[in-house]
Design a protein around this ligand. Sequence first.
Ligand SMILES: C[S@@+](CC[C@H](N)C(=O)[O-])C[C@H]1O[C@@H](n2cnc3c(N)ncnc32)[C@H](O)[C@@H]1O
Length: 203
Amino acid sequence: MQNVGLFSQEGLIILVNSLKQRLIFLSRFLYSPKTIGSITPSSKHLVHALMNPIPWHNLKSIVELGSGTGIVTHEILQRAPSDCHVVLFEQDQALRQYLHHRYPHISLFSDAQYLTQKLKQLQLKQVDCIVSCLPLTNFHPSLRADILNEIQNALTPNGLYIQYQYSLHLKKWLEVRFSSVNIRFIPLNIPPSFIFICKNFIQ
Ligand SMILES: C[S@@+](CC[C@H](N)C(=O)[O-])C[C@H]1O[C@@H](n2cnc3c(N)ncnc32)[C@H](O)[C@@H]1O
């Protein structure tokens, strides 16, 4: 591997890509702070903590809501079985274009509010797991309730919903909707985050 100054060529490509992602993310945050929700993509600590509760070996379908520049998407695609259906939602058009360029073969939609409708288009009635990076605490309560209804309806009985937030505000919203809610704190992220690991009711 050729060395360029302090870095190997591969290391330099990773560094440039990471800087590019941060810049795109920051520019979208400055454009729409409430819907983007954070100034920088999730840390690797947060991403790994989101991935750890997922039963990857028998996973048939997984949805990511609020994919941003794809930092969580990348890890999902690394871990998901080859026959697992991966579906992404990202509302910001510039980020969606970036994601489409990065993952041209992955199903990608805009607004998480239309989750069940879009899954139907893919002939997917329900999915095993939903990982959400949506800044739900910033949303108007009626939009938050609509999206949580969509998530519940889109999950298989006993399906897994994993959500991160920067506060515990969402806790009471989740406890009335899911059969179990476990919370983990991830200090090594900007800002430090809480992960909610929720199980759907077995209907
Ligand atoms: C905190 S960022 C997370 C980005 C990335 N997943 C990460 O962990 O770094 C939240 C993302 O949710 C997207 N978003 C906000 N509202 C949305 C909606 N209604 N439907 C889909 N995506 C939405 C934003 O555009 C933003 O990219």
